[in-house]
Design a protein. Structure first.
Length: 128
């Protein structure tokens, strides 16, 4: 599933999601963003449904309006996003994209603090 030697080999969806998870509060919205770096995004494909199921449960039980898993390819400087939560459409609006089964690929997006949270914040501020 993963390239030989990856630190994610044998880890569960939950372990992968929570190894680098940060929470952001923007106005009345609670946003959780997990980031994983890789050299082979396709290695995560068999786990996408597991990620989505876990993220939807956690978003609901922990009060996250938006929950994102950002799988970043360090060679191509791009990320695959998996989105969950009642207000995940704010993420899609922030990047002017349509999801394909709750996943979105964004070229050039590698930093949650500098590139992901600011556009989401802008969209949230516009909805006030």
């Amino acid at each position: 599933m993963f390239k030989a030697g990856t630190s994610l080999e044998g880890k569960t969806a939950k372990e992968i999601i929570y190894q680098d998870f940060k929470t952001f509060a923007i106005n009345n919205y609670k946003i959780g963003v997990s980031q994983v770096t890789t050299t082979y995004i396709e290695g995560f494909n068999p786990m996408i449904e597991d990620f989505k199921a876990l993220m939807n449960r956690k978003a609901s039980s922990n009060g996250f309006d938006i929950m994102l898993l950002m799988i970043t390819d360090i060679f191509s400087s791009s990320s695959l996003f998996i989105a969950a939560g009642e207000h995940k459409e704010l993420f899609y609006r922030a990047f002017n994209v349509k999801s394909k089964n709750d996943t979105v690929f964004l070229d050039g997006i590698v930093s949650r603090k500098k590139q992901v949270i600011p556009p989401i914040t802008e969209v949230i501020n516009q909805t006030k």
